[in-house]
Design a protein around this ligand. Structure first.
Ligand code: NAD
Length: 495
């Protein structure tokens, strides 16, 4: 049901025009139908977005397949040059990207300006540079002298083919570029499917990439509901890699769909990460780390939503935490003074409140928050802390994805580690302690892809990122991204 691309659909946000059609093979393509994109700031409709389905999925994969050989054959230095040019484009349009992203997903404008959008540019620069260092490192080994003397192994990272990249709404451009950049650096073509609740910056990224000289069809962006366009992408036999960031239920559907062609998958999923606060910790720092978990209204996969605090300091920690949290300003995410913005969507806030209501009904005590502000369309959920929660209760076990933390106490280190690992997830963990030996013991026993000690959210793009257990499959970052987005080849030569 594709119509000629004369049926213009676009959003205009703070002077920025965003084309809300698909971007396929270097041209804008409309769909027969559209769906509304709401702003979480006031609940108003921002734009109507092209509503893609199986036809658009097929067209985008075909475009990616056609463009793949040319891009794969482009020398790494030239690919790196184009990626740096995309980074330049992101930096040049930083203000525009920041305001569009904030209007679309409700996260703080100041964070977008200073951290998140610059990081999107950095993702391109980082993988461009890493690509060149990979090339130089082509490693040559000699086989075991007893069996095959004189043979040489030459290992290369070959482009894999068209990649499908599916991303969530909580950090749209940053998470998209975390996949697009290494996939393109590796010599692959890409079909990017952003989340339907925050589709706009992906469309701007297509414009930026085209302006930077990326050939048509190397990056395609399709819009639509996952339930309508997803399967056409993930079950397509011409797709060589699927990288997905999102929730566990969706990951299960994608894995089932990918199973038809045994398409390799990278899955970065949800979490229920702990923050362990030992009595020997700097409690001021620990309280600050805990308050940080309300960033992006708690809509952060890595958020340490389970506060685990040593009994002897629980009261003092709670007082400090509540004192700091009470000073947070909640409101319009475009305002500099705002610390916490809205929740992305009416459905999400209902979901968050449902978790809190059921926890209270099950006996939880509300220390802080516990409901939404009624003003501004009701999308502003108060930062919430619940205590008196049972280990196996829903609120302790399930990912809420809102500004809701629970507090449990522990008697000793063994119980702390037991509680921390008492989850089906394993994305991250944070430990606050003043004792280095304790930090070593505890971090060695925690099941998590990333463990922070006396800090939170510190990222080095060379390091592996991903989750254990239900938090994901595989790791991305540095060489791990190239391992995923490439077919590794070993050429063995005699003599
Ligand atoms: P979601 O799973 O609902 O949607 C993610 C994406 O999948 C969207 O683009 C959606 O359209 C698409 N999708 C839905 N059904 C599909 C299908 N059948 N086939 C193909 N695609 C489909 O997740 P969300 O609500 O957008 O994001 C929140 C979740 O993402 C949370 O669980 C959060 O923890 C997780 N997350 C994880 C990380 C990480 O790096 N580990 C980062 C951010 C968010």
């Amino acid at each position: 049901p594709q119509r000629p691309d004369t049926a213009v659909s676009e959003a205009r946000i703070a002077g920025v025009t965003v084309d809300t059609r698909h971007w396929i093979g270097g041209r804008r393509v409309a769909s027969a139908d559209t769906f509304p994109d709401l702003s979480p700031i006031d609940g108003g409709t921002l734009a109507r977005i092209a509503r893609g389905g199986p036809d658009e999925a097929g067209a985008a994969v075909a475009a990616a397949k056609a463009a793949f050989p040319g891009w794969a054959a482009t020398p790494p230095a030239e690919r790196a040059r184009v990626l740096h040019a995309i980074a330049d484009g992101v930096e040049e349009r930083l203000e525009e990207l920041a305001i569009v992203e904030t209007t679309d997903n409700g996260a703080l404008l100041r964070s977008h300006r200073r951290g998140v959008i610059p990081r999107a540019a950095r993702n391109f620069r980082f993988f461009a540079d890493w690509l060149l260092s990979l090339g130089h490192e082509d490693f040559t080994t000699h086989t075991d002298g007893h069996t095959n003397p004189g043979h040489t192994n030459h290992i290369s990272w070959d482009p894999a083919g068209p990649c499908v990249l599916i991303t969530p709404w909580n950090a749209p451009l940053m998470l998209a570029t975390w996949k697009v950049a290494p996939a393109l650096a590796a010599g692959n073509s890409v079909v990017l499917k952003p989340a339907e609740w925050s589709p706009l910056t992906a469309s701007l990224l297509a414009d930026i990439a085209a302006g930077a000289g990326l050939p048509p069809g190397v990056l395609n962006v399709v819009q639509g509901h996952g339930s309508e366009i997803g399967d056409g992408l993930t079950s397509h036999p011409d797709v060589r890699r699927i990288s997905f960031t999102g929730s566990v239920p969706t990951a299960r559907r994608i894995a089932a769909s990918a199973a038809r062609n045994l398409t390799p998958l990278s899955l970065e999923l949800g979490g229920k990460s702990p923050l362990l606060v030992f009595a020997d910790a700097d409690l001021e720092l620990a309280a600050e780390l805990a308050v940080e978990q309300f960033d992006n209204a708690g809509q952060v996969c890595l958020a340490a939503t389970r506060l685990l605090v040593e009994e002897s300091v629980a009261e003092e920690f709670t007082d400090r935490f509540v004192g700091k949290a009470a000073r947070l300003t909640q409101g319009d995410p475009r305002e500099e003074a705002t610390d916490i913005g809205p929740t992305i969507h009416p459905r999400q806030i209902e979901r968050v409140d449902g978790f809190v209501r059921r926890a209270i009904a099950a006996g939880a005590r509300v220390v802080l928050g516990g409901g939404s502000h009624t003003r501004r369309g009701g999308l502003y959920y108060r930062p919430t802390l619940l205590t008196d929660v049972a280990r196996d209760s829903e609120i302790v076990q399930e990912e809420v994805f809102g500004p809701v933390l629970t507090l449990q106490t522990f008697a000793d280190e063994a119980e702390a580690v037991h509680l921390a690992n008492d989850t089906r997830y394993g994305l991250a963990a944070t430990v606050a302690t003043g004792d280095h030996r304790r930090a070593e013991r505890v971090t060695a026993r925690l099941v998590a892809g990333t463990v922070w000690v006396n800090c939170f959210f510190v990222r080095d793009l060379r390091a592996p990122f991903g989750g254990s257990r239900l938090s994901g499959v595989g790791r991305e970052g540095g060489t791990w991204s190239f391992d995923f987005y490439c077919d590794l080849k070993n050429r063995v030569t005699a003599g």
